[in-house]
Write a new protein. Sequence first.
Length: 260
Amino acid sequence: MSSKRRGGRIAVGALAGLAAICIGLGIWVVVDGTGSDAAGDYRGDVEFRAASGVTAPEAADLPEVDAGLLGGSHDIAELADADWVAATAAATGIPERALQAYAGAALRAGDMWPACGLGWNTLAAIGEVETHHGTIQGGSIGDDGVADPAIIGIALDGSSTDAITDTDGGELDGDAEWDRAIGPMQFIPETWQALALDGNGDGVLDPQQIDDAALTAAAALCGPGGDLTDPAVWIDAVAGYNSATSYNNRVAEAANAYAQ
């Protein structure tokens, strides 16, 4: 987890015409510039109180999985039943490769954080709000789970965002002066380096690889503790990403739609 206070950064920028909204834990969300709202006040040390109208979604049912595959270094993309993935992708419009990562990350999270209750639909909703499941600006997620082209946001140089000076020597975002949000789940390098998990078991922590990114997002949601099947806890966890009521609503709306 970032050494900076949770929710301590406020910024609104653009990723080639899209709005980039800073979310807590140093994670950045990319959303459509049309109809999106600027980030609200961030949590800091203030208790989050959800505004009326925010309704937390129920966790969607997870596919069955061989319990022997949950532990160890198995690729999370292999955990969800292939027939379930195909049927659910067809019903929701989520690309199959992205759905494999979301479902696999939720299954692995259930093993790593048994009390968390994270549904795959919450991860999918965040992925939709951030980069449309890695398809932003005509991109795609390859069979290897890697975003093509790589998803890299604007320089966080203070011109339209809070200034965030380089934390990775440009290793992850190609910029040795300023940090940039990276990958299909849009982490900034500092947070990626603090939370990153290896979702596909290849020994490489790659923010552009959706298995790694989805499992790291699960860590951000489940790591602080709490049961996400409790609506108040779910709302608070998502508020840890972005305390704006509009963001909570967008994620909840997408998660509920995916759970149908």
